[in-house]
Design a protein. Sequence first.
Length: 439
Amino acid sequence: MSTAATETTARILEDRIASHRARVGIVGLGYVGLPLAVEFAKAGFSVTGIDLHEGKTARVNAGDSYVGDIPSAVLSKFVQEGRIRATTDFAAVRDLDTINICVPTPLRKTKDPDMSYIVSACEEIVKHFHAGMLIILESTTYPGTTDELLLPMFEKTGLRVGQDFFLCFSPERVDPGNPKYQTANIPKVVGGTTPACTEMGALFYSQALATVVPVSSTQVAEMVKLLENTYRMINIGLVNEIAMMCDRIGINVWEVIEAAATKPFGFMPFYPGPGLGGHCIPIDPFYLSWKTKQAGIEARFIELAGYINGQMPHFVVDKIQNALNDAGKPVKGSRIHILGVAYKKDISDLRESPALDVMLLLKRRGASLSYSDPHVPQLQLDGIDLHSQPEAVAGEADCAVIVTDHSAFDYRQIAARARLIVDTRNALKGVNSAHIVRL
Ligand SMILES: NC(=O)c1ccc[n+]([C@@H]2O[C@H](COP(=O)([O-])OP(=O)(O)OC[C@H]3O[C@@H](n4cnc5c(N)ncnc54)[C@H](O)[C@@H]3O)[C@@H](O)[C@H]2O)c1
């Protein structure tokens, strides 16, 4: 294409974005993709979601939300107005101006990044790719992914980045279940392969989101996300280690943290718990350590925090066993009721949940298990289906364990009814009784 033609390409796309006539595509309609689709629909764009999972596209088209932060009433309004539709067919890319890629990026068992979802999504996009498109990767990944892995795939079409098409990385920072910060008001960092790409990406997000933070490259944007999540993972690792130390020397770690948090500068509280969960904090730092290993740098903080956090389910199970022993009941044959199995409070996500590790370890020690979770009606443990029981079952068990501190639980009732409680979240703060054992 001539220079004049490429200038026109950029201007046409800018016009379409600024006038909200751009047809927005979201690939991967999960916890990240669906809320993003809704924000762009709210801003007046026509949004097409593409997902391989037929059940999800059917539910979106029926206005039936499966993401906690998106009420079905909101989704169905946009579907009825024709502003959101979903498909499994990548041929839809032909009619799109922009695409945000929000597919999973798990780790393999060996803790190597699994790029297969991103690669397969891009292979499909490339088949229908055309000039004048903006492509933004949002999946969390190692620094270099956008320019090293995606760019060559799109450039193979003969189109030139920064001229005929625009490529960016923008880390997704959504915090499911957070009532204050959601997709629309979490500042959006975006970095492009070229300055023109960054500008296009920033223009795009500024149409629907409150604050956009442009950075100089895709690598910086990729690294921002890994710094944020590594910071969190390491600080949780530190406080988990402090919790184990406090336990050994008989100090209430929760009281220590609460008092330390009164310092108005230089301290930010993190809290111990039964282990890391979710799709981000336990996984993302290993993207960084995998990448830096190739550059000859061992990510020692990450490895250490990963080890300490990985010990927490064992620590919790030992605490349960000791508490039962003190009550004259061996763990083998005891009835143990788990309160909360999602990986964090007030959400339904079970991915990497430490509750599953705690339950599996208890099962292996011969305990008989039940659970209550208002957000997780059933789960599979070691091939066995378990169903959530009413909270009152905690009162019949030999030990109740608060693993996830959902707001819906009636903690006063639990404290009053249960014979023995192990509280891994300080959910029973202020309730002092010999039958409550805290982390
Ligand atoms: N969930 C979070 O809180 C969160 C927060 C920040 C960042 N992230 C990151 O965002 C990315 C997406 O996470 P998520 O939680 O939304 O995952 P998710 O599993 O909820 O959703 C991903 C969706 O992508 C679909 N998919 C998989 N392969 C596909 C393909 N080739 N083509 C089209 N669709 C495909 C799946 O069917 C699924 O619906 C991950 O990289 C994650 O690390 C997640």
